[in-house]
Design a protein around this ligand. Structure first.
Ligand code: OAD
Length: 263
């Protein structure tokens, strides 16, 4: 890793009063969670997103889609946050109100690491919701267990509470992320291929608004042209180096700390 680039980004971190970190599947790779688009190991190299991550797929074969998500949920039970997740959580705790973490990940590892506030753009794989608008019957009694569970009266199905292809992102999460991107001084973009919108659009927003953009990824990405610096490293090693060596907040000019987000 290029020491001069790391030092420059550490300096930018100290200077920034508002920092957005946008994460993708690569931040969880070192915890053993597969990414989506890595050529050999990515989920979309082995499975078809059209058959597993769309509402149409779920309606045509609910059991198959439910079982695939259940398999991923089961695999996540034994997974722990890695040093990158921990470095982000510690940094946020040491710099209250400075960092807004926006993630495309559904694995809950930022939250498990103790991140004080995480904007989740693509939902939460551990949670379920109703497939169709629930009627009073759906709320009146627990769903019948099954793959997937269903309402015993109308048959409405439970589905994973993740965003599938073709679906809108949760409006509140997207609005907070867009506001933060338009209003930050520095955006770190970590472990994402940057090909899925609207999440990738946040990087364009930050760049257009004049923020510095830093990309952390072992591979080149389609967003690299927007970046002020690209660090070709893995998430855990790089985030520890950047965030755990940053100047402690007490040593920064007190004036700099007056204009922060309230999480
Ligand atoms: P991708 O699989 O598209 O990209 C993962 C990125 O992580 C790639 O650019 C890798 O080079 C990088 N990477 C791999 N190992 C890494 C490591 N140890 N440290 C840092 N980077 C590493 O995953 P996302 O960009 O997150 O959507 O994908 C975006 C969305 O597409 C996902 O949220 C998901 C998927 O379909 C939904 O589920 C709605």
């Amino acid at each position: 890793m290029d020491k001069a680039t790391i030092d420059r980004v550490c300096q930018w971190l100290d200077e920034a009063r508002r920092l957005v970190v946008l994460t993708g599947a690569g931040v969880s790779a070192e915890s053993g969670v597969p990414t989506f688009r890595d050529v050999q190991t990515g989920l979309w190299a082995r499975f078809s997103p059209e058959e597993l991550a769309t509402e149409a797929a779920f309606r045509s074969d609910p059991q198959r889609v439910w079982d695939w998500y259940q398999h991923r949920r089961d695999a996540l039970l034994s997974v722990r946050p890695n040093a990158g997740h921990m470095a982000l959580a510690h940094y946020a705790l040491r710099h209250p109100g400075k960092l807004m973490l926006v993630t495309q990940n559904v694995d809950g590892l930022h939250q498990k690491a103790g991140q004080p506030h995480t904007v989740t753009l693509h939902g939460d794989i551990a949670a379920d919701r109703w497939l169709d608008e629930p009627g009073a019957c759906c709320m009146a009694q627990p769903p019948l267990p099954g793959r997937p569970p269903r309402c015993p009266v109308c048959g409405n199905l439970r589905r994973p509470a993740v965003v599938w292809f073709g679906e809108a992102l949760p409006a509140d999460a997207l609005a907070s992320a867009e506001r933060a991107a338009a209003d930050c001084h520095l955006m770190l973009v970590v472990g994402t291929s940057g090909v899925v919108y609207p999440a990738a659009g946040l990087v364009h927003t930050a760049s257009l608004a004049g923020a510095r953009v830093v990309i952390v990824n072992p591979e080149a990405t389609v967003l690299d042209d927007l970046a002020d610096a690209c660090i070709r490293g893995t998430s855990a090693g790089t985030l520890v180096q950047l965030l755990e060596t940053a100047t402690p907040p007490d040593m920064l000019d007190r004036k700099e700390r007056t204009d922060r987000w309230i999480p």
